[in-house]
Ligand binder design. Structure first.
Ligand SMILES: *Cc1c(COP(=O)(O)O)cnc(C)c1O
Length: 651
């Protein structure tokens, strides 16, 4: 602890006491959401605001010129902070990292042939998009506009193979020289804190392979910059576009920046829109002519009035940050060492029966204690001594009772969650159909967690925070006497114990329909995903192929489905009007095969590899369900091969 304390100019506990009164009674472990502003930053900013008159930067008055000067100065200071030479880079102020991503995306849309507008000066070019699995949702969304297709790189090795020409992409075909490409990835996963290689941009640029000439790179540094020094000193190897949010470094102001390599700025300049601030002259009566600002890139991109007060606040943020912490490298050392202690502590917690308490989602390639590969962010779930999952919502509620603040859920990182939790596409879709939504409390489905608990450290995290958190997990979740439930606050539901010990088992063979209790004394197959035949089927609309939900079709809940292993059938019972109770049986081995029609309904090309439910074509089946639900629908089945083989055999 002594060494940690000395990494800053002043002792960390002193900094905490003086600068963060709002953290006094809480253990705040969500710095990946936002870090916290120092009191001095707010005080200095308030003095600055009170002492000066700031006018709209677009005027010529002294107050306006003051704003302009200060904004220009901050632009330079921001570049300096990231060691970027102003000769080679420009800063565009945006609302947040996501707005920066969208600005880059918009530029590529403008280049794309699918958006041919009148008066296009450049010939349109199709656009391909590649992104890494660990991307934040804000990066993933760009795939929706890439007319030439997109690719999610599922592992670093795939990126390496692609850069070295061993892996072909949608871009590799004759004529691709005229196509534009964008490759985006996060410098750090916002989910598990893994840090990705930073040399990909430079290596792609150097590559002389045919498809690589027109590929630009977009680095999402939003998570990285909180506790690491982003170094853009080598403009030859730097990404073309880098986005980040300043609140993640300083806690305030709420402002984002897009840092652009000037040699790649022409991509952004293809946009046709202009607004106040980005145009020198416009005629709009009769004759439609305009002259866009021609000098500096940011002038051409920053439409409307800049958030100039926020930009002025960056001055105070930089001053105070440097005074308190010295440098990003010191923050990196401080947080890296604390994170190692936290990681070691969490991974050493054991129940009395020897079972680990925390399942930590760490990338095998990363190592706590090594800041090149791992940030001070830990994603995990807790298991009780019988292997049952503690729901993330319960974990968060209990943490809250102990004054601990953290983040749970999917944390805006779909690829990271799917791979860490080993969730296949069909399972994610099933979870969605069952009601899993960003931020809700459906914690465990089909025997797997739907999200994670994430703790993340920041510059002002101290040893007490780590100690308090470890103490909490250990006192609350470690089963020392094999009587887990007694240690937990009453009234909070926790996952049921492991299957061997429950008195009854229930499954819902058809998603959304009534649950069915497996008859006692029946042995039942347990797969790594949960109980066999659970949620293997669903109902889909005959019109659109989309799955039905119980919200729209409450009648689903009255359908009774069961599985008869002896007879090898799925049985469904429903009350049909006029006929009364009717039973339908469908062979368990009747596996519908997909038709072209079904495929056409599946949204984007990325999803084709994810299993989707396939409808049965039998009219008997569709008539039965249509009558039972009161809407044209039929039964569909998730593809058999998407179900893992029996993992543990029968009980
Ligand atoms: C926080 C974060 C974002 C989004 O930042 P906004 O400020 O919400 O736009 C994007 N990517 C990563 C890696 C992040 O950590």
């Amino acid at each position: 602890m002594g060494r940690v304390g000395t990494s800053y100019p002043e002792n960390i506990d002193q900094i905490r006491e003086q600068e963060y009164p709002n953290l006094r009674d809480t253990t705040y472990l969500d710095h990946a959401g936002t870090t916290i502003y120092a009191k001095s930053l707010i005080d200095q900013f308030a003095r600055d605001m009170a002492a000066n008159l700031f006018g709209n930067p677009h005027s010529r008055s002294p107050s306006s010129e003051l704003s302009t000067r200060r904004v220009d100065r901050v632009r330079l200071r921001v570049l300096q902070f990231f060691k970027a030479n102003p000769e080679d880079f420009d800063v565009i102020f945006v609302a947040n990292a996501t707005a920066g991503i969208k600005m880059v995306m918009d530029a590529f849309i403008q280049c794309d042939k699918n958006t041919t507008l009148p008066h296009t000066q450049d010939s349109p070019r199709p656009f391909w998009y590649g992104y890494h699995r660990d991307s934040h949702t804000s990066l993933v969304g760009i795939r929706e506009i890439a007319s030439q297709g997109s690719r999610c790189f599922e592992a670093d090795q795939e990126v390496e193979d692609w850069i070295s020409g061993k892996l072909a992409t949608e871009l590799d075909h004759p004529g691709s020289e005229s196509q534009l490409g964008l490759f985006a990835y996060p410098a750090q996963s916002n989910m598990n804190g893994r840090r990705l290689p930073l040399d990909w941009s430079g290596r792609l640029r150097e590559s002389s392979l045919p498809g690589h000439g027109n590929i630009y790179t977009l680095l999402d540094a939003a998570a990285y910059v909180t506790t690491a020094q982003l170094d853009l000193s080598n403009s030859k190897t730097a990404p073309d576009f880098t986005v980040l949010s300043l609140y993640k470094i300083f806690g305030f102001p709420d402002l984002g920046v897009l840092i652009v390599r000037k040699c790649s700025g022409h991509i952004l300049e293809r946009r046709r829109y202009f607004g106040g601030g980005t145009v020198d002259m416009v005629t709009c009566i009769k004759d439609k002519w305009h002259a866009k600002k021609a000098e500096r890139l940011h002038e051409k991109m920053e439409d409307g009035t800049l958030p100039f007060h926020h930009i002025v606040a960056v001055d105070s943020a930089l001053d105070v940050h440097e005074r308190l912490y010295g440098s990003m490298d010191r923050i990196s050392r401080h947080t890296c060492s604390l994170a190692k202690q936290l990681y070691d502590g969490l991974s050493s917690l054991r129940h009395a029966n020897g079972k680990a308490v925390c399942v930590i989602y760490k990338d095998p390639a990363s190592q706590f204690g090594n800041s090149k590969t791992q940030a001070p962010t830990i994603a995990f779930n807790v298991q009780n001594s019988r292997g049952g999952w503690v729901g993330k919502t319960d974990f968060e509620r209990l943490a809250d009772l102990h004054g601990i603040q953290l983040r749970t859920g999917g944390v805006c990182n779909p690829g990271g969650i799917a791979s860490s939790l080993n969730l296949a596409g069909w399972e994610l879709r099933r979870n969605f159909m069952e009601g899993t939504r960003c931020g809700n409390d459906l914690d465990v489905l089909g025997g797997k967690p739907t999200g994670v608990v994430r703790v993340s450290l920041g510059a002002m995290t101290n040893f007490h925070d780590i100690h308090h958190f470890l103490q909490f997990v250990s006192a609350t979740f470690v089963d020392e006497r094999h009587r887990f439930s007694e240690l937990v606050t009453p009234g909070l539901s926790l996952e049921p114990p492991a299957l061997q010990q429950v008195d009854s088992l229930r499954i819902a063979p058809i998603v959304g329909c009534a649950e069915w209790e497996i008859p006692a004394e029946t042995s039942w197959e347990v797969r790594s995903t949960g109980l066999a035949w659970d949620r293997e089927w669903c109902l889909v609309s005959e019109m659109t192929g989309a799955p039905l939900t119980t919200r729209e079709h409450p009648a689903m809940k009255r359908l009774k489905s069961s599985v008869d292993i002896q007879e090898g059938v799925l049985k469904v019972r429903a009350q049909l009007e006029e006929v009364g109770e009717t039973e339908l049986t469908v062979s368990l081995w009747d596996i519908p095969s997909p038709t072209c029609e079904v495929k056409a309904n599946q949204p984007s090309e990325d999803d084709t590899e994810l299993p989707v439910p396939t409808p049965y074509t039998s009219k008997t089946i569709s008539d039965f369900f249509t009558a039972a639900i009161g809407a044209p629908c039929t039964l569909a089945r998730f593809p058999a091969d998407s179900f893992p083989q029996a993992a543990e055999g029968s009980e």
